[in-house]
Ligand binder design. Structure first.
Ligand code: SAH
Ligand code: SF4
Length: 394
């Protein structure tokens, strides 16, 4: 194993007086007595800066450094007075999300990074760059984690099998994205274009923090990412789907179905009984009606479990007529090697059944399978990961 921890570690401090000094802050503070810079909205940051005796426009300078320049420390904020920088570092520090390891694949186009959070929890994020020769849009997508672990327990998912640890804060979600954005900038690479909540965890079970992170991403005075370039993937938490549909920003919705019927679904997703399939589909139809956007249904194909042509036909019946798209994902290997991906021909046969019934459908091209960076493989493992390509240091 090679480890890039030492060279990648960010300087970071967490001020001891933060809880006291931050008492003037808004909601983020009530939830977390020691908020990080990225936890705060611009109005909250302005109020905080004013409470420190500085004019509100200083907050906008800090905001610009954080979300336009992707500063990693307050020290970089050259036009902010040193005394204020020190106060801010003590009361609204950068989140502690230290990169401890990175592995790359696809000639460096896919990079998985392990972050250690302030309490030692480990989460992973993946940057997926697309070869401009095959992707004229030149996308640079970050797949972020929304929780450390996951409580949903999907039997085919490495994260689900490792159990739930805790929700991530807004700052911890944003930090995963900004770390990649900064490096892309420094390397003169493609700026980030898309963010997908398809890493560790169930984003709808951590809705508030996830939504606030989306607001940070979208903010025109900051990262300025189009809402349609953000996708939230859920295992089917109906209240979350309804909330998302009602939001003013229209982000993409992906719903992990994996089965055409309730019985099989509950076998694959042990917690699925909380929101039965018909309720999920009703909520999806409401989302389409409200937003005019199509839903993506993710369907993880597992040999002998959910890959039969008749199951494809039942799936088409269940979602038929909806503005949607099915993403077939041949299951990636996890610790449970009794769950296998179907043969290519069986996968294509499943796709044909859907297409024949008018359901748009693609087979996902997985990136990073060999570094456990693909869907469902984002499990924070304390043991060494194989380093395939050392990321270029900049
Ligand atoms: N919890 C959310 C988002 C994170 S999982 C959800 O379940 O949608 C992101 C995607 O990875 C989901 O579609 C999930 O079904 C898929 N996935 C999980 N384990 C997988 C595996 N072993 N192989 C392929 N896809 C997997
Ligand atoms: Fe959680 Fe999604 Fe994995 Fe299921 S597939 S255990 S919901 S992360």
């Amino acid at each position: 194993m090679a480890c890039c921890a030492d060279s990648m570690a960010q300087p970071h401090t967490r001020g001891h007086g933060a809880a006291r000094a931050a008492s003037c802050l808004g909601e983020a503070v009530r939830l977390n007595p020691m908020p990080s810079l990225y936890d705060l909205s611009l109005p909250e940051l302005e109020a905080h800066v004013e409470s420190l005796g500085a004019p509100a426009y200083r907050a906008r300078q800090v905001w610009e450094w954080a979300y336009r320049q992707y500063a990693a420390t307050y020290d970089e904020m050259a036009n902010v007075p040193a005394a204020l920088r020190a106060q801010l570092a003590a009361t609204a520090p950068f989140p502690e999300a230290a990169p401890v390891r990175e592995v790359a694949a696809d000639d460096g186009l896919t990079r998985k990074r392990l972050f250690r959070l302030h309490d030692g929890k480990l989460v992973e994020s993946v940057l997926m760059l697309y070869d401009p020769r095959s992707d004229s849009r030149g996308r640079a997508t970050v797949c972020v984690s929304s929780q450390a672990g996951c409580a949903m327990g999907c039997i085919f998912c490495a994260t689900g099998q490792s159990g739930f640890e805790r929700n991530l804060t807004t700052a911890e979600i944003v930090a995963q994205i900004i770390a990649f954005a900064r490096e892309q900038r420094e390397a003169g690479g493609q700026p980030l274009t898309n963010v997908v909540f398809m890493g560790m965890g169930e984003p709808m079970a951590n809705y508030r923090a996830v939504w606030a992170a989306i607001e940070r991403l979208h903010d025109p005075a900051g990262i300025n990412m189009a809402a349609r370039h953000v996708t939230v993937s859920t295992v089917g938490l109906v209240p979350g789907i309804r909330k998302l549909a009602a939001e003013p920003l229209q982000v993409g919705l992906a719903v992990s179905l994996h089965a055409p019927d309730e019985t099989l679904r509950e076998r694959l997703i042990p917690t699925a009984h909380r929101y039965p399939l018909p309720d999920i589909l009703t909520a999806c139809r409401e989302y389409v009606a409200r937003t005019g956007r199509r839903v993506t249904f993710e369907y993880c194909l597992m040999a002998g479990l959910n890959d039969a042509p008749e199951q494809a036909r039942s799936l088409a019946d269940a979602i038929g007529g909806m503005l949607c798209h099915v993403n077939l994902i041949p299951v990636n290997p996890t610790a449970d090697n009794s769950i296998r991906r179907p043969s290519r021909s069986r996968t294509l046969a499943f796709q044909r059944e859907l297409a024949a019934r008018g359901v748009p459908c693609t087979v996902r091209v997985e990136k990073g399978v060999e570094i456990s960076a693909a869907c469902g493989q984002l499990r924070a493992e304390p043991q060494p990961l194989e380093l395939m390509t050392a990321p270029a240091r900049r």
